[in-house]
Write a protein that binds this ligand. Structure first.
Ligand code: TYD
Ligand code: MG
Length: 462
């Protein structure tokens, strides 16, 4: 934690994140439990206004109500103007919800939110865009490229939380965007911007404002080099929805993914392409992810994955080459590294294909990450193809989970996967035998059920 800028005012206290002890000033080490770097600044509730009043809530507590007597309210969701984005949100923006959009610098968070702001403003009323990172001029400059037009977006170049809340009070916007939570500071605390205390205070106050006014709020969050949301894991607990914006900076594909959503399913994907005129939704991502595929070379396999409710065809690439000086390297991008080691072991033991002493590189093309077990067979197929230097027949797609015994297990939602493959012109799917028995494939796409890795590799070589 950064050291606080100056001596704390009387209204704040430092609280140990580990044992909860309070102190009047910051300590590197908790005087009570001795833990290092855990003291976080907080408003001191023991002096000054009590918690409820501080957040502008009525002091009278609500009484408990019987479950059966609570009226189900049909919350009308706002559309972000992008079907791709709405799906990730679980069907649109829920009034009164706080959504955290995390992602690496330069990935396009501000761009996406400004584009959404324009569409929400045009359809549902004014949007307040508070930025602590860019001036109103800079935002306008970007907006002109994005074709924002005359939609009522209010720009506020401000880092002070209280000023932002004042403007919310004055403008009563339909949507609030805070870019970013790490630059937002409350005058109540003395800590530096981006410190855990500040970030938590700002997020909590914005959450209360959102619930009180039924105002949807988007927060931009930076991620650290390690890939987690900067500062606070606590932030993920405070907000309703956590989205990650992913992609490789040097590629145009961008993926929005939900990792937590109180109002919908997680692991839904929204796919966008970064262009000169901002982000464009990609309605058929499989086509995009396969677009640069070199006409089937050894080591390339097409995998039918499912992310959320949507099938996605991606290319798995493997390259097996002789390692230098016996130091075999295993590099995985887009799949789990441990999973790769496991699959290599299965290939050796159960299919007699050894990569001992060889460098193995596996990559999911397009910068995508695939985490479902059904990816196994795609990885195995690509590695085997590279090892044997033999191409997989054109028009073949695969999916299936691989067990330690070399068995190929059902992946679920086979019909969805096969239909997507057929739609993109694939004529053959090598799938788990269990799935093949339960699935009716479209006539133009033949199913080949396999029970083991060995059988799968034989089928792919046909
Ligand atoms: P930005 O939204 O500023 O990223 P973040 O807020 O996540 O840091 O996006 C910046 C990048 O997007 C920058 O490298 C330029 C690129 N970009 C385009 O390619 N086209 C566009 O129309 C815009 C606005 C940005
Ligand atoms: Mg930005």
């Amino acid at each position: 934690m950064p050291k606080p800028m100056s001596k704390p005012a009387a209204q704040t206290a430092y609280v140990c994140g580990s044992c909860g002890a309070r102190a009047g000033k910051w300590h590197g080490r908790c005087p009570d439990c001795g833990a290092w770097n855990v003291m976080v600044e907080e408003p001191d509730h023991t002096s000054g206004p009590a918690g409820a009043a501080r957040f502008g809530l009525p002091a009278a507590a609500e009484t408990a109500r019987l479950y059966a007597e609570v009226d189900p309210v049909a919350t009308e969701r706002l559309s972000s103007g992008f079907a791709e984005f709405d799906r990730v949100l679980g069907g649109g923006i829920v009034p009164g919800s706080v959504v955290l959009l995390g992602g690496e610098p330069g990935i396009g968070k501000s761009t996406l939110l400004l584009q959404a702001a324009a569409r929400v403003a045009a359809a549902s009323g004014p949007v307040l865009y508070a930025s602590g990172e860019e001036s109103a001029y800079q935002i306008k400059d970007r907006g002109q490229r994005l074709g924002v037009g005359q939609a009522p977006i209010y720009l506020l170049a401000e880092t002070c939380l209280e000023r932002i809340l004042d403007e919310v009070e004055r403008l009563r916007p339909a949507l609030l965007i805070v870019d970013s939570i790490q630059t937002t500071v409350s005058t109540v605390l003395q800590s530096a911007p981006g410190s855990i205390g500040q970030v938590r205070e700002a997020a909590t106050r914005l959450l209360f404002a959102a619930k009180q006014r039924n105002l949807p709020v988007f927060l931009v969050g930076h991620v650290t080099r390690e890939g987690s949301l900067a500062g606070p894991k606590v932030l993920e607990h405070v907000v309703d929805t956590v989205l990650y914006f992913e992609g490789e900076r040097h590629h145009s594909q961008r993926v929005v993914r939900a990792v937590k959503n109180r109002f919908g399913a997680v692991s839904e994907l929204g796919v966008f392409e970064m262009t000169g005129a901002g982000l464009l939704p990609v309605p058929s991502p499989s086509r995009l992810f396969l677009s640069e595929r070199a006409a089937s070379v050894p080591g390339s396999a097409v995998l039918c994955a499912v992310e959320g409710s949507r099938p996605l065809l991606v290319e798995v690439q493997a390259l097996v080459s002789t390692g230098a000086y016996g130091t075999a390297r295993r590099t995985a991008s887009g799949i789990d590294h441990n999973r790769l080691s496991l699959l290599l072991a299965v290939l050796e033991k159960r299919a007699g294909l050894s990569a001992v002493g060889e460098d193995v590189f596996v990559n999911i093309a397009g910068g995508l990450t695939v985490s479902e077990p059904a990816a196994d067979l795609g990885v195995v197929a690509a590695i085997a193809s590279s090892l044997r230097d033999r191409r997989i027949a054109e028009g073949t797609a695969v999916f299936g989970e691989v067990g330690l015994g070399g068995e190929v297990r059902s992946a679920g939602r086979a019909e969805l996967r096969v239909r997507e493959a057929a739609q993109l012109g694939f004529t053959r799917c090598v799938v788990p035998a269990g799935d093949a028995a339960r699935t009716t494939a479209p006539p133009e796409c033949a199913l080949r059920g396999v029970g083991s890795v060995e059988e799968a590799l034989a089928a792919l070589a046909e």
